[in-house]
Design a protein around this ligand. Structure first.
Ligand code: FES
Length: 105
């Protein structure tokens, strides 16, 4: 595996008035992840990048972290340090931001 963790941040933009992550600071979240990872010298181990629609628009701004497949919703720039410290560095997902889905049969 190339990265220990791979973070996808939705930056999709839709026509108003549909809710979408791009208009709700999706790109600011990507920049905040990159800045925090750079400050911690983790850019070679952990990658954060923008993505298209992750299909959870109503819960955005949305983020998904692999390889675990942990989803986060309503993520704000002020949450990024906590996600990096707790989840990406210490493998403890941030419970209060998690989106939980029923397992697929
Ligand atoms: S617009 Fe972000 S999940 Fe659809």
């Amino acid at each position: 595996m190339k990265f220990k963790k791979h973070v996808f941040v939705c930056t999709n933009d839709k026509e108003a008035p549909k809710k979408c992550c791009g208009s709700e600071r999706g790109m600011a979240l990507v920049d905040a992840f990159k800045e925090e990872l750079k400050d911690r010298n983790l850019l070679t181990e952990i990658r954060a990048q923008k993505s298209g629609c992750l299909d959870v628009c109503a819960f955005g701004p949305s983020v998904v972290v692999y390889p675990e497949g942990i989803w986060y919703g309503n993520v704000q720039p002020s949450d990024i340090k906590e996600i990096v410290e707790s989840h990406l560095v210490n493998d403890q997902p941030v419970e209060r931001l998690q989106l939980k889905f029923a397992p697929k049969a």
